[in-house]
Write a protein that binds this ligand. Structure first.
Ligand SMILES: *Cc1c(COP(=O)(O)O)cnc(C)c1O
Length: 382
């Protein structure tokens, strides 16, 4: 089948950048003029503004979300050999962050409906070496803070949030990043708050963790040329921080726009439930920031996921799969588990499909996506 040019992309960042382009250019010009490219004033401003937006005291900008996880875990006191519970259904960077911190990832299957870590399955994964749990607020929906806090108390675990897909998400009155020892955010361009390149941040209420993180990201130096830790070089560029500072005030309205788009998808897709196609269920729909809008094409559907994706592509509708191969079946990680170990995750990988969603996506576009899915179902044998 031939693919037509993309009519509806999975993500369209130009819609959010066009109206604020002049402001962004001015912010960049200010940094160039000042010349404080590393650990400059705009970084300090953005760290403080983003931490406040998350409802926490400290923000420490780093080079990526992955670094926020690996350095952040070390700042939380995770030591080599410590075991960390982590959902099997996550982006590989969560696992990379743990391994870079010299800790051991212990995978836990996801809940089949929410795609989030199944907290009822963690007890069997806990050993005497278990030190922390990393909830991943996947697709923009949060793992229950109350349940996590209860578990952490029962088993004396550190909670470290991977909030890379959950900027300003909320559940049970908590903002993502605000109820744990520390949380990692990513500013990869397509995230809900994205830089013009790579970037990340650790947020925390703990002054000691914040201080350690500042030292780790800057060659392990609390002051110039004094190295008290084996640190690294991982700082959020002042230029990126200046851009993010311009974008941050719009984040809430962008998230709201995504949420409205998701509600409209939910409404239009509702009749397809009978055909085995439905969105990932979430308990926190009002606080869900819909980094992705993910549907499941289950075994009850007359069309399989890959064929549906193909038919949408032919119609010029771009979709994604987040993620097609589970972490424990990736060639680089033979020790995370074997085929069959995390059945819900493995099933989801075959069923999930991310539909176009971004701030400013129009109702007409959403109608087109859903109409194309319905047509694909009707013409499945053609
Ligand atoms: C994007 C992402 C990361 C990694 O962030 P980078 O900035 O790309 O390093 C980690 N975890 C999750 C869940 C992500 O989506």
């Amino acid at each position: 089948m031939t693919h037509n040019p993309i009519k509806i992309p999975l993500v369209d960042l130009s819609l959010q950048h066009q109206p604020i382009q002049t402001k962004i250019e001015q912010a960049i010009a200010q940094v160039i003029q000042k010349g404080d490219f590393i650990l400059g004033q705009k970084l300090a401003e953005f760290q403080s503004a983003f931490a406040t937006a998350c409802g926490v005291k400290y923000g420490i900008g780093v080079a990526s979300g992955t670094d926020a996880i690996s350095l952040g875990l070390q700042a939380c006191g995770i030591l080599p050999g410590d075991e960390i519970l982590v959902p099997a259904n996550t982006f590989i960077a969560t696992i990379i962050g743990i391994i870079r911190a010299n800790a051991t990832p212990v995978l836990v299957d996801c809940h089949p409906e929410t795609a989030l870590i199944d907290l009822t399955a963690i007890e069997t994964a806990i050993t005497s070496k278990t030190k922390a749990i990393i909830p991943v607020h996947l697709y923009g929906q949060m793992v229950s803070p109350n349940q996590l806090l209860h578990l952490a108390k029962t088993y004396n675990l550190i909670i470290f949030e991977d909030a890379a897909q959950a900027h300003l998400a909320e559940r049970e009155g908590y903002r993502a990043g605000s109820f744990s020892q520390a949380a990692a955010f990513s500013f990869y361009p397509s995230k809900n708050l994205g830089a013009f390149g790579d970037g990340g941040m650790l947020v925390t209420n703990d002054r000691e963790i914040a201080q350690k993180m500042q030292i780790f990201r800057n060659y392990g130096a609390p002051q110039k040329y004094l190295h008290t830790e084996i640190g690294t070089n991982s700082r959020l560029d002042t230029l990126q921080a200046a851009i993010l500072n311009v974008k941050l005030p719009y984040l809430e309205s962008w998230n709201h726009s995504r949420n409205l788009a998701a509600q409209y998808y939910n409404e239009l897709l509702d009749p397809l439930k009978a055909k085995g196609i439905f969105p990932i269920q979430n308990q926190s729909s009002s606080g869900n920031i819909y980094h992705l809008y993910v549907i499941r094409v289950t075994e009850k559907s007359p069309i399989n996921r890959d064929l549906l994706q193909e038919k949408l592509a032919v119609a010029g509708i771009q979709t994604g799969i987040h993620y097609p191969i589970p972490c424990h079946l990736q060639p680089a990680y033979p020790n995370l588990g074997n085929l069959g170990d995390f059945p819900h995750t493995e099933t989801l990988c075959k069923q999930i499909l991310s539909l176009p969603i971004y701030p400013g996506i129009s109702n007409t576009q959403i109608q087109q996506v859903v109409a194309t899915i319905k047509l694909a179902l009707l013409t499945v044998n053609c």
